[in-house]
Design a protein around this ligand. Structure first.
Ligand SMILES: [Zn+2]
Length: 98
């Protein structure tokens, strides 16, 4: 039997849990999407006019990647009863999760 314990100094910051409540993401880490979620309001205030449509498309894709925005897929094994549902990825070339 093994215990997977993380020292308090290395644990996930409290705000990561709050952003996962917003997006419904199952697990959060130091993803680009979680950084956008946290700083997007300030980014919009400062750089909204300087951001191109392509850049907004990339931001929206990254924010929606592996969330209900792009739908859900059901996976099932033909040989056993294993089934799993997961959110689809965005497929944007700028997304670091894809
Ligand atoms: Zn993606």
């Amino acid at each position: 039997m093994s215990l997977n314990m993380t020292p308090a100094s290395l644990s996930t910051p409290w705000w990561i849990g709050l952003t996962s409540l917003w997006t419904g993401r199952k697990s959060m880490s130091y993803e680009l999407a979680s950084i956008y979620e946290r700083y997007l309001p300030r980014f919009k205030q400062r750089y909204s006019r300087a951001t191109s449509q392509d850049e907004w498309s990339a931001i929206n894709a990254i924010l929606g990647c592996r969330t209900p925005q792009y739908g859900e897929i059901a996976l099932a094994c033909d040989d056993c009863p294993y089934q799993r549902r997961t959110y689809c990825s965005c497929g944007h070339r700028a997304c670091n999760q894809c």
